[in-house]
Write a protein that binds this ligand. Structure first.
Ligand code: EPZ
Length: 433
């Protein structure tokens, strides 16, 4: 087990380059199963979730080779239709195997993905969508069993009580591209990662209209062919570094990301008074004096404020002058970061799906525990502005979605080290018990 040792020591400064988007790369890796020809992917981030997906693709019979940094070649000549529990349980996104297996094999057996700390992760909309494509679906022994011999295009509405579903949209699109007839997918997710998946599928020969809108029209084709594709930049990694720069009143240039991918997020930071400048593929966070203003945020499906940047903003709002309210409409319990931030001195209370954050908290270093991927990033952000040293345990959560997080932060002045857990002073752990 490893830990991060972070010492707050002033403003970050310099340039950071944003890598490929985890949440685009995962469904696109799964979509590579839709053809028996070779697919080449570039700008794939080096993350433990990516390695988990590679293992699953290999298990179902694909040849998967790493050609170079971020460059992978996948060829799925022969495929089995079953994705086993011990691989699927590690990562929710493995549910994205459903669509391609149904499309290629006309049958699938995929373990129901486990829940996680951010809340229940249902798949009822995925199943509803497959049934609307005339698939027989049943759940037994913890697996989703799909018989798609009679699959055909149909009308699918994917809206649930919290809006659309990102991986559910991915699954239905990946099934429909090889389904006879036409599929009208309404209330589809519009996240940039779904747009990138659709662009990838069109390169493979799929027929998809309405890309980027909540209404997709998919005309099934006989087969798809190989292609070459570069994964879009990771807007959530970019937002994380923007907040880290703002937390330390630093001067940091975020490179390789188009500002339009972060519309609602940047709008909120401008409302808080953060000085920002934009290029075609860059965002400059400028140093400021004084404090940012508090903001109220409700997380929503894209183009609304992304839930994956809620925890990071929560850390930043502890430093404003006033009270901020962050309300979760996607995962109402996604506040695992709050008790850990409170250990560092933050004044936050939880009222139902909202975190009420009193600003002007002086944060001090403490031993804290990482939990979900984005909550862990929030702890690092808080530690960068805290007095003294913070020890962050269970950082494997971070390694799921951030490539070389500590080295990118250190390169812009962050005092952060990856150490063995034994490096934590015993007296600190004793106090923490
Ligand atoms: C994707 O998860 C992302 N993961 C998540 O990012 C992200 O937080 C989430 O979308 C929301 O934007 C990947 O893309 C791999 P959903 P997904 O299905 O697809 C409810 C990260 O940190 N719902 O869009 O699993 C669900 O409970 C991760 O990178 C149903 O009710 O999320 C939630 O409230 C965390 N029934 C809402 O919809 C369903 O069948 C959105 O879930 C499916 C979902």
């Amino acid at each position: 087990m490893e830990v991060f040792k972070v010492t707050g020591n002033g403003a970050l400064s310099g340039k950071v380059h944003i890598g490929g988007a985890k949440n685009a790369a995962l469904p696109i890796l799964a979509a590579s199963l839709l053809t028996e020809q070779a697919v080449e992917l570039h700008n794939v981030p080096d993350l433990s979730d990516i390695r988990s997906m590679v293992a699953i693709l290999q298990h179902v019979g694909a040849q998967v080779d790493k050609i170079g940094d971020g460059h992978w070649r996948i060829q799925a000549k022969n495929l089995s239709h079953s994705a086993p529990y011990d691989l699927v349980r590690r990562m929710r996104a493995s549910v994205c195997l459903l669509g391609p297996l149904v499309a290629r094999k006309r049958r699938a057996e995929v373990s129901i993905p486990g829940g996680c700390v951010i809340g229940p992760r249902p798949v009822d909309l995925h199943i509803k969508g497959l049934k609307k494509l005339n698939c027989q679906v049943e759940i037994s022994n913890g697996y989703i069993h799909v018989d798609a011999q009679a699959m055909r295009g149909g009308r699918v509405f994917l809206g649930g009580r919290n809006g659309s579903t990102v991986t559910g949209t991915a699954n239905i699109v990946m099934a429909a591209v090889l389904a006879p007839g036409t599929t009208l997918l309404e209330c589809a997710a519009c996240e940039p990662e779904i747009v990138d998946l659709c662009h990838f599928l069109v390169k493979m020969g799929a027929k998809i209209e309405g890309i980027g809108s909540p209404e997709l029209t998919i005309t099934g084709v006989e087969r798809l062919h190989g292609c070459d594709h570069s994964i879009i930049a990771d807007r959530i990694e970019a937002g994380t570094f923007i907040i880290a720069a703002a937390m330390t009143r630093g001067n940091v240039r975020i490179e390789g990301i188009a500002p339009r991918l972060l519309g609602a997020f940047l709008d909120k930071l401008e409302e808080a008074g953060l000085p920002l400048e934009y290029g075609a593929k860059s965002i400059q966070v400028k140093a400021y004096t004084g404090s940012l203003k508090p903001v109220d945020v409700i997380t929503l499906p894209h183009p609304g404020y992304p839930t994956d940047l809620q925890a990071q903003l929560c850390a930043l709002m502890t430093q404003t002058e006033g009270i901020s309210i962050l309300t979760e409409r996607i995962y109402p319990n996604r506040f695992m970061h709050v008790p850990e931030l409170q250990r560092m001195g933050a004044s936050i209370s939880i009222e139902g799906p909202s975190a009420i954050i009193k600003g002007s908290s002086s944060l001090s270093g403490a031993p804290v525990m990482a939990s979900d991927l984005r909550a862990s990033a929030a702890l690092v952000i808080a530690a960068l502005a805290a007095e003294g040293t913070t020890w962050i345990q269970r950082i494997y959560h971070l390694d799921r979605g951030y490539e070389r997080f500590e080295s990118k932060l250190a390169a812009i002045g962050g005092r952060i080290e990856r150490l063995p857990a034994s490096a934590i002073p015993a007296e600190l752990l004793h106090d923490a018990q």
